[in-house]
Design a protein around this ligand. Structure first.
Ligand SMILES: [Zn+2]
Length: 453
């Protein structure tokens, strides 16, 4: 079965996908071999073929401190990660964290990752983060988010680091590569208005798309988007991350400006950001994308994220019907919707819908094959299986831009044990200053009150 996430192709109960070089040449129920040399045939009969997932917001540098925040509040997370381990990262730690996170994403069928990189102490940290994304082989957007100097005290009056200009010039002269660039701004919640205007001007000057957190918890209740509207900063090519506590008129302002949204449901629910804004975004005319956010808290695969997204929203929708004394006639949010959030809508949010997010002839061949497993067989409803039952263990084969990055369930050309032992050494280094973290199986740092940053 081929689930294309392409509006005109839909789901093919039986299909062939032809990859020619880096692109998808054809998708159809049955393809004849093209003229010329015999193509290599990968027989995936009985399996699911899908476009690679798109994660529109992940702080990939936290991959080596995976799981630390699983039982932390937002305040503990700010203390333990942002005011804690972050300052002990050397460039080689950033490299390993990004490589681990990017390969973890690939391994679970995510072929496009927006790396929301906001622990860039020095130019060498930025170079390391970019190099790791390139070395991983996945499609990535490197979103330059500065470092502790910019993020230390909020609202900050420190402008976004000028190193972003160097990174743009040295690493991203073209926007056509497998790794492209964006700017990750602190925005109206975490900078004073003059600095926010400066940072937006910098994004315009460098012709970079913007990703910005708004609407997470208390920070979002002060009308951050209204403030941006007053400053003339609402524009397209901008992804608004979270959006939980934005007012309805602010969501409409984002829609009217052509902006996109990224919902990170696991983090939002755990850290008190508010209820995921999925339904409210749809009502405002925005198809949300989905994101992992921090692997220091939750897992890094899109199957779990889709499941949280649909479970929470359906609970809301059913509760609303019950409050009105009704039984719902149908479930409004479908598995197809949520699968599209995780694929084509993510590609749109990243500005990559011309090349990724669906199995559409002419796009880049970012293709994932899932094994049929006990969890998904018999395969009676492919979209239902993808959203409610599939898991990373079923990901058999992954292509990115026509390059095979995973085959027969194993990453191609990656020495996983060696990578993991290097990542553990980096982990040991960044937590060395926190004896409790090194001694115990669970560590609770102090707390930083979110309102103080
Ligand atoms: Zn975030």
């Amino acid at each position: 079965m081929v689930v294309t996430a392409d509006a005109s192709l839909g789901v093919l109960p039986r299909g062939d996908v032809l990859i020619d070089g880096s692109t998808i040449a054809a998708v159809a129920p049955e393809l004849q071999p093209p003229p010329g040399p015999e193509p290599e045939v990968i027989d995936v009969a009985g399996r699911l073929v899908i476009p690679g997932f798109v994660d529109t917001h992940r702080h990939t540098w936290q991959s080596i401190v995976r799981g630390f925040a699983a039982n932390w509040t937002l305040g503990q997370y700010l203390a333990g990660i942002h005011a804690g381990v972050s300052r002990h990262f050397r460039p080689e730690d950033t490299y390993l964290a990004n490589l681990l996170g990017a390969l973890e994403a690939l391994d679970s069928g995510i072929t496009t990752l927006l790396d929301w990189s906001h622990n860039l102490y020095t130019p060498e940290h930025a170079d390391a983060a970019v190099q790791a994304l390139r070395d991983s082989g996945l499609r990535a957007v490197f979103a330059h988010g500065g470092g502790a100097h910019e993020w230390g005290a909020v609202p900050s009056d420190v402008p976004h680091t000028a190193d972003v200009r160097r990174v743009r010039a040295e690493h991203f002269a073209s926007d056509d590569g497998l790794v492209t660039m964006a700017i990750a701004l602190r925005g109206p919640q975490f900078t004073v208005p003059e600095v926010n205007r400066h940072d937006y001007a910098l994004a315009t000057d460098l012709d970079l798309p913007i990703t910005v957190h708004v609407g997470d918890g208390e920070w979002g209740r002060r009308g951050p988007v209204r403030g941006m509207a007053r400053d003339g900063l609402l524009r397209d090519r901008t992804t608004y991350v979270h959006c939980n506590t934005l007012a309805d008129d602010e969501l409409r302002m984002i829609a009217d400006s052509g902006g996109s949204a990224s919902v990170a449901p696991d983090v939002e629910l755990a850290m008190g950001h508010g209820w995921p804004a999925t339904r409210r975004l749809l009502d405002a005319g925005i198809r949300p994308s989905l994101s992992i956010d921090v692997c220091s808290l939750n897992g890094g695969d899109m199957f779990a994220t889709m499941r949280t997204t649909i479970g929470v929203q359906r609970a809301f929708d059913n509760a609303r019907a019950a409050e009105n004394g009704n039984e719902p006639e149908r479930l409004e949010l479908t598995c197809r919707d949520v699968f599209e959030f995780a694929t084509i809508d993510g590609a749109r949010a990243c500005g990559l819908a011309d090349r990724a997010g669906s199995l559409t002839p002419g796009k880049q061949a970012d293709v994932v094959v899932l094994n049929s497993g006990l969890a998904t067989s018999p395969l009676n409803n492919p979209l239902g299986a993808l959203v409610y039952a599939a898991h990373p263990g079923l990901v058999d084969t992954v292509f990115v831009a026509g390059q095979c990055r995973k085959r027969n369930g194993a990453l191609v050309g990656v020495d996983v044990p060696a990578l993991l032992s290097r990542a553990e050494r980096s982990r040991d280094h960044v937590i060395a200053a926190f004896p409790e973290a090194t001694r115990e199986t669970e560590w609770f740092p102090g707390t930083v009150h979110a309102q103080e940053g």
